[in-house]
Design a protein around this ligand. Structure first.
Ligand SMILES: [Zn+2]
Length: 362
């Protein structure tokens, strides 16, 4: 395999994981959307094509860049059970050609074709997450009910996957019709069991259209996001800051700062023009490990140290399309951070959104 291909195979990006990734009797604990990957050339999410290939004894999923950069193979150990479940299901379908056509329709951009397919579903079909299926708003309820009750999904999803995808559909399409349908079919326990993953997946400040299912409690939604996920939601809220004024930062955070959140010893807000405005959390004892931060924000970038006694700093970027600001997250550690090392402080620096990639000085 050439170098570009090798790099692509090694860098698989995933939807928030359903852990643990185990597959029993061919049932899916995640949709086939988990096989998607980011295109190395343009960064676009590239969806599973339904085809696989074997390289060096490993079964790779073939994905396609929507930006025209073609197809490439991805492999990831954590997703091996999902690929295996898919392979078993595909080998067992009665009409492989119809199954492949259905897969192409569901992952294609033709909303009318998808609506027609949902109205009269084929006997066997593959399940993708709503983010990968261009379901028209008018067909949202139908998709929701098919996801919850449909018998043709192949491989078959677990009940918790069905519930999460139904709730995700309501959120993604902002559909009250979906919520009504879910309320009649899904228990409150099942809804609350899906909350943490949904909060992580959609990064919404509040449960939006799902609020009636939570008995009106937005606290249940916020409370479901713990620690580093909560930190990420803080960073995302700060992307709405335009002027950098302290009052604006406080309004964007929309949480009490006394006592400081996340068990921090202190929280300090510094107002100022963007790239000088920041929110800092100081921890004693250290908290939020490198492994947790990498897991939620992606692999941190180690910044050059400024001297032998200086802190070790890992940097992460948080960006939201169309927002006025982006946030650089700087985690400081007293020593070279291993996976279980806790940060002494976390600085969320609010930058103008147009600034490209450079972390600059802390
Ligand atoms: Zn691309």
């Amino acid at each position: 395999m050439d170098r570009v291909e090798a790099a692509r195979v090694s860098r698989l990006n995933l939807l928030p994981a359903h852990e643990p990734m185990t597959v029993n009797e061919g049932t899916l604990v995640a949709t086939l959307s988990s096989l998607r990957s980011e295109c190395e050339l343009c960064g676009a999410w590239s969806t599973f094509t339904g085809r696989t290939e074997t390289r060096d004894g490993r079964t790779c999923a073939i994905v396609r860049c929507p930006g025209g950069h073609g197809e490439f193979s991805v492999w990831n150990r954590d997703r091996e059970p999902l690929v295996a479940a898919y392979e078993r299901a595909r080998a067992s379908v009665r009409d492989p050609e119809a199954y492949q056509r259905t897969l192409a329709t569901l992952t294609g951009a033709d909303g009318d074709a998808i609506a027609a397919l949902i109205a009269a579903p084929p006997p066997e079909l593959p399940l993708f997450s709503i983010e990968d299926v261009a379901v028209p708003a008018a067909a949202a309820r139908r998709w929701c009910e098919l996801v919850l009750d449909g018998a043709g999904w192949c491989p078959a999803p677990t009940r918790s996957v069905r519930v999460e995808e139904a709730l995700a559909t309501a959120l993604h399409l902002d559909s009250r019709a979906c919520v009504d349908s879910i309320a009649a079919r899904v228990s409150a326990d099942e809804v609350s069991g899906a909350l943490e993953r949904l909060a992580l997946r959609f990064h919404h400040r509040d449960p939006g259209v799902l609020a009636p299912l939570l008995q009106g409690s937005q606290q249940a939604w916020r409370g479901s996001m713990s620690n580093v996920r909560f930190l990420r939601s803080m960073a995302e809220r700060l992307c709405a800051v335009a002027s950098g004024a302290e009052e604006e930062i406080r309004a964007a955070l929309a949480i009490p700062t006394q006592p400081a959140p996340l068990g921090a010893r202190g929280l300090e807000i510094t107002g100022g023009v963007l790239s000088r405005a920041s929110v800092e959390l100081r921890f004693s004892p250290p908290a939020l490990t490198r492994a947790q931060l990498d897991g939620v924000f992606g692999q941190g970038e180690a910044l050059p140290r400024t001297g032998p006694g200086a802190a070790h700093v890992l940097a992460y970027d948080v960006r939201i399309a169309g927002a006025p600001a982006s946030v650089s997250v700087f985690a400081r550690f007293s020593g070279l951070p291993g996976p279980e090392s806790g940060a002494n402080s976390i600085l969320l620096r609010i930058d103008p959104a147009c600034a490209e990639g450079e972390h600059g000085g802390v």
